[in-house]
Design a protein around this ligand. Structure first.
Ligand SMILES: [Zn+2]
Length: 145
């Protein structure tokens, strides 16, 4: 598979951390960025194709009531949730089930509040991709390049 070269702008600090990490793990900057992009796509791939999705979302948020009110607004997809206080921050653990578009919206709203958010779909990528013709189409376009 061919490689595509492109430029991105990131903060000095992030660039220093990236180089330091690349040195520590003995990878080139490109190899490390490629790995990071693969991980991110694996995390977000469920948002790329409309489908009914299930999983767990974990959010570590500033200690204010805003995250809870956002979660309340998405009670149609956050069917159950746990709310803890840890180290002056709110930790939300959400049981997720519903349209992937709604889940990605919730994810975006929490990130906008300054939360660190991870969504773990319960269906693995392989199981998911065999069910999603749209994803196979996406993959085909990728391989065509
Ligand atoms: Zn899914």
């Amino acid at each position: 598979m061919g490689k595509v070269r492109f430029g991105v702008s990131i903060s000095d600090e992030l660039s220093r951390q990236l180089d330091e990490l690349a040195r520590r793990v003995d990878l080139s900057r490109s190899e490390l960025v490629e790995q990071a992009i693969k991980n991110m796509i694996a995390d977000y791939i469920h948002y790329l194709v409309p489908h009914d999705c299930t999983g767990v979302m974990v959010a570590l948020c500033p200690d204010d009531k805003e995250s809870e009110s956002v979660v309340e607004k998405y009670s149609d997809v956050a069917s159950a949730y746990l709310h803890f206080h840890q180290g002056g921050r709110c930790l939300e653990v959400l049981m997720i089930s519903g349209p992937s578009s709604r889940i990605s919206e919730l994810h975006g709203k929490l990130v906008a509040l300054g939360c660190g958010v991870r969504f773990m779909p319960s269906l693995s990528l392989d199981t998911f991709s065999s069910k999603a013709p749209a994803l196979q189409a996406l993959k085909r376009t990728e391989t065509k390049g």
